[in-house]
Design a protein around this ligand. Structure first.
Ligand code: DSN
Length: 418
C-alpha cells in the first residue's frame, strides 16, 4: 500500500491504526470476521473501474468480456456451494437484498411476517422504522417469554390469522437453530412465500454445522461477510421459476452497476468455503461458542435461552447489576469488542439495553480454541464485575494483547511493529 501512504498519509494512518486495533483486540461481534489475504486482495482490483449494469450476456455497456466471465463463475460457485437453482450475486449488502426479495414477490401493502427486532430479528424483516415496515404491512413473531425460543405453534397461529404473503426466518440475535422445515410447512399452509435470511449462519450452513434452508425456502438471502468470511456484499439464491423476478428487482429495480471487485472477492470466498478446512472452521465456530457459553454460565452469567447452538451468545446482564452499554464500553477498553443488545422482553430502551451480544466467528478465524474461550470468559467476568475499574481493564487489555500475538489475524502480518 505504498502509493496509498504517499498519496494520502492522513487516511493511510487511520487505516493502519484500525489494522493494529483489529490485530491487538478480540473481535467478539458475531456478525464480524476476518477475511483471508486472497479475499482482501480481490476487493482491491481494477474490476472497480468497470460499469456492468445488467447481467452476463445482457449488459447495457460494452467491454464486458472478462467481467461476464467473472460474474458467471461466481454465480456457478454460489449455486454449487449451496445447492441452489439460481443465484444473484449483485446485491450491495443484506438490507438492499431483502428489499429486492420483497420488491420481486410482493405488491405494496402486502404483509411481511418476520421476527421482531427486540427478539433478535433484523430491521429489514418488517420492523416499523425500516422501509420494509413502512411500505408493507408487517406482523411480527417473537420468542416465548419462558423458553426464550421460537414457539412454532405460536408462529403457525399468527400466520393463519394474519395470512402474510411472505414469511421470513432469520435473525441477528437468536442463539438457537432455526427449524426451516417448520417455517416452510407453515408458509405453504397459508400460501406465503418463505424467505430464509441466513446472513449470520451461512458459513455454518456450508460447513454442515446448521441445517440448510434450501430444501424448504423459496428464496434464501445471505450477506457474504459474516460467517461466510467474504467481502461486504450479499447473494440471493432461489428456485429457477423465481429467478427472473429476483434479477429484475435487483437490477433495474433497486440498483445500478454491480460492484465487480466485490463480486470477484465473493468468488474467492466461495472457493475457500468449499474446502474441508472451511468445514472444520464452521464446526469449530459452533464448538467454541458452546464452550464460551458454558464457561460464562459457570461464572453466573444469564444467557438468553440458556446457551447457544450456533455462533452467537446473548447475555442478559440484569443479575450482574450492569447495563449492556456500560459493560460493552468497559470490555472495549479491555480489548474485548462486543456490542450492547436488547434481550427478549427487555424493560430497557434499545439505545441502553440490558444485554450484550458475543460471537465466535472472528476469534475462530484466528485459530483460537477451547482454552482461549475459557480465558475470554474469565476476562469478561473480571471486567463486568468492576466496569469502572481502569486497572482491571488495563490488566486484561495487556493479557488480551499477549494472546492476540499468538494468534495472528488472517491477512495481516503478525509482529508488533505494524
Ligand atoms: N448489523 C448486522 C449484525 O450485526 O447482526 C445485521 O445486519
Amino acid at each position: 500500500m505504498q502509493e496509498f501512504e504517499r498519496a494520502d498519509p492522513e487516511l493511510y494512518e487511520l487505516v493502519r491504526r484500525e489494522e493494529r486495533y483489529q490485530r491487538d483486540s478480540l473481535r467478539l461481534i458475531p456478525s464480524e470476521n476476518y477475511v483471508s489475504k486472497a479475499v482482501l486482495e480481490a476487493t482491491g482490483t481494477v474490476l472497480t473501474n468497470k460499469y456492468s449494469e445488467g447481467y452476463p450476456g445482457r449488459r447495457y455497456y460494452e467491454g464486458q468480456r472478462y467481467i461476464d466471465r467473472v460474474e458467471t463463475l461466481v454465480v456457478e460457485r454460489a449455486k454449487a456451494l449451496f445447492g441452489a437453482e439460481h443465484a444473484n450475486v449483485q446485491p450491495y449488502s443484506g438490507s438492499p437484498a431483502n428489499l429486492a426479495v420483497y420488491m420481486a414477490l410482493l405488491k405494496p401493502g402486502d404483509t411481511i411476517m418476520g421476527m421482531a427486532l427486540p427478539h433478535g430479528g433484523h430491521l429489514t424483516h418488517g420492523w416499523n422504522v425500516s422501509a420494509t415496515g413502512i411500505f408493507w404491512r408487517s406482523v411480527q413473531y417473537g420468542v416465548d417469554r419462558e423458553t426464550q425460543r421460537i414457539d412454532y405453534d405460536a408462529v403457525a397461529e399468527l400466520a393463519r390469522r394474519e395470512r402474510p404473503q411472505i414469511m421470513v426466518a432469520g435473525a441477528t440475535a437468536y442463539p438457537r437453530q432455526f427449524d426451516f422445515a417448520a417455517f416452510g410447512q407453515i408458509a405453504r399452509e397459508v400460501g406465503a412465500y418463505f424467505l430464509a435470511d441466513i446472513s449470520h449462519i451461512a458459513g455454518l450452513v456450508v460447513a454442515g454445522a446448521h441445517p440448510s434452508p434450501l430444501p424448504h425456502a423459496d428464496v434464501v438471502m445471505t450477506t457474504t461477510h459474516k460467517t461466510l468470511r467474504g467481502p461486504r456484499g450479499a447473494m440471493i439464491l432461489c428456485r429457477k421459476d423465481l429467478a427472473e423476478r429476483i434479477d429484475r428487482a435487483v437490477f433495474p429495480g433497486l440498483q445500478g452497476g454491480p460492484h465487480n471487485s466485490t463480486t470477484a472477492a465473493i468468488g474467492v470466498a466461495l472457493a475457500e468455503a468449499a474446502t474441508e478446512d472451511f468445514r472444520r472452521y464452521g464446526r469449530q465456530v459452533v464448538e467454541n461458542a458452546r464452550i464460551l457459553a458454558e464457561a460464562l454460565m459457570a461464572r453466573g452469567f444469564d444467557l438468553v435461552s440458556g446457551g447457544t447452538d450456533n455462533h452467537l451468545i446473548l447475555i442478559d446482564l440484569t443479575n450482574r447489576g450492569v447495563i449492556g452499554k456500560k459493560a460493552a464500553k468497559a470490555l472495549d477498553r479491555a480489548g474485548l469488542i462486543c456490542n450492547y443488545n436488547t434481550v427478549p422482553y427487555d424493560p430497557r430502551k434499545p439505545f441502553s439495553p440490558s444485554g450484550i451480544r458475543l460471537g465466535t466467528p472472528a476469534v475462530t478465524s484466528r485459530g483460537m480454541g477451547p482454552q482461549e474461550m475459557r480465558r475470554i470468559a474469565e476476562w469478561i467476568d473480571a471486567v463486568v464485575a468492576q466496569p469502572d475499574d481502569e486497572a482491571v481493564q488495563e490488566r486484561v487489555r495487556a493479557e488480551v494483547r499477549s494472546m492476540c500475538r499468538r494468534f495472528p489475524v488472517p491477512g495481516l502480518p503478525a509482529g508488533d511493529d505494524a
